[in-house]
Design a protein around this ligand. Structure first.
Ligand code: ADP
Ligand code: ASP
Ligand code: MG
Length: 411
């Protein structure tokens, strides 16, 4: 079985959906039992979030809502036979009306909580997958639209929820056992908490949905169909000479994506590693390109450095002082203080003398970090064993990644 995930640009227009259908058709005819996962149409998730903010500020959002409706209607009119259009247009209209009610609710209550945001953005994937399921059903074979909220259960950390694997995997297996030859089209990105409230897996999370389905169903391949030829040596928008890598290890892909290579969402690698399922990154707009295969080390990967990635807008916290040398339990206190304040540390460096430690964090967490450290080390700072934490903002992390780097001395 193959899981085929199509990102925002791949479901973004009439032309791209035509290609998507061909890709699914080929997979189906070759006997790969495709399971299709789609994102929202490109730009729709951002637009929904923006409409939420507009509703909150009592500004007009109707024009943007109509634009979303029109984009879906255009695809339905172009790609479904006339006799099937009405039903699909009604399904779309019903969802748009529900969306409109939610937006008026946000406006009336002047409240846009993380849980309401997740409910709001879920319509992006619901709209696109209903539509794509109908279209594939016309051209390829019988399809069943599936709302992933029936399958994937998470905690209640809205906006970036944690997947509860065993219960989700059980749900997925039970669901798939009933399908029998029908092509499922499953919403990416969205899930449910135990109380039945809509959650999301984090921005870019449809890739993760695909890997979860792949792991639960023991797929032989998870394919990520996007708008570039594969995983590249650097972000092609920033580096003109970036080129596509034919293969990467899971660890290399995880590290590059964690440090900003947006082409795949970092947690996607976790279920794939657990079941050793290869992930293929392919270009919807040029399907004959070989793409990138992410998997076990192949032994043939050439080069020491595989790729470069970056995260901009980083804040560095420097903690230093001669009194830190040999101070027992210092690091433990440092990280406990940050953890209690909910600060996520992205990168740590320590000078070999232990005389200074630097931590990279998100800028919005810098005040919390500074306060936490000033409180935890009040005494040390007062007696001069440690300097007050120094906060430097406006930095970037540049990550140079390659599995073979560890064997390359002098690099
Ligand atoms: P999708 O909507 O298909 O999920 P994304 O926009 O999330 O697509 O990811 C694909 C984009 O990631 C590419 O268009 C490219 O601009 C960007 N990107 C950043 N770094 C890399 C990289 N190292 N290799 C390939 N693409 C990258
Ligand atoms: N539509 C969601 C987003 O824009 C999920 C995804 O595209 O993977 O973040
Ligand atoms: Mg993506």
């Amino acid at each position: 079985m193959h899981i085929l995930k199509f990102g925002g640009t791949s479901v973004g227009s009439v032309d791209s959906i035509k290609i998507l259908v061909e890709i699914v058709k080929k997979s189906f005819e070759e006997g790969h039992h495709p399971v299709v996962v789609c994102s929202a149409m490109g730009g729709v998730t951002n637009s929904l979030l923006q409409m939420g903010e507009q509703a909150l500020a009592s500004q007009d959002f109707i024009e943007d809502l109509r634009a979303i409706e029109n984009r879906h209607q255009e695809v339905i009119r172009a790609l479904l036979p006339v006799e099937k259009q009405n039903q699909a247009l009604i399904t779309t209209k019903v969802m748009i009306n529900e969306l409109e009610e939610i937006l008026y609710g946000i406006k009336a209550l002047s409240e846009l909580s993380p849980s309401v945001k997740d409910k709001l953005v879920s319509f992006g994937e619901l709209l696109s997958n209903q539509m794509v399921a109908e279209i594939i059903g016309q051209i390829v074979g019988r399809t069943i639209f599936t709302d992933a909220r029936q399958l994937i259960v998470t905690d209640s950390h809205f906006g970036n929820a944690m997947v509860m694997e065993s219960i989700s995997y059980e749900n997925i297996k039970r669901w798939y056992a009933q399908i029998n030859g029908i092509i499922p089209v499953v919403t990416g990105f969205i899930a449910t908490d135990k109380a039945g409230r809509t959650t999301t897996l984090g921005r870019g999370g449809s890739d993760y949905t695909a890997a979860i389905l792949g792991a639960a169903l023991d797929a032989t391949e998870v394919q990520i169909w996007t708008d570039v030829n594969g995983f590249m040596t650097a972000d092609p928008r920033m580096v003109k000479k970036a080129y596509t890598l034919p293969d990467l290890t899971y660890e290399e892909a995880m590290e590059l994506s964690y440090f900003g290579a947006k082409v795949i969402y970092p947690p996607t690698m976790i279920p794939a590693i657990a079941r050793q399922i290869p992930i293929l990154i392919k270009n919807t707009f040029d399907p004959n390109q070989v793409g990138t295969r992410i998997g076990k080390p192949s032994g043939k990967s050439s080069g020491i450095i595989r790729g470069i990635a970056s995260v901009s807008d980083i804040t560095l916290v420097n903690v230093q002082g001669s009194g830190l040398i040999g101070m027992k339990g210092f690091s433990g206190r440092l990280f406990s203080a940050l953890a209690s304040a909910g600060v996520n540390v992205m990168l740590i460096t320590q000078a070999s003398s232990e005389h200074s430690i630097s931590l990279a964090i998100a800028p919005e967490e810098s005040v919390a970090a500074e306060n936490a450290l000033r409180t935890a080390f009040e005494y040390e700072i007062m007696v001069g064993k440690m300097l007050a934490p120094q906060i430097v903002s406006g930095l970037s992390i540049l990550a140079v990644v390659g599995e073979n780097m560890r064997h390359a001395s002098g690099l």
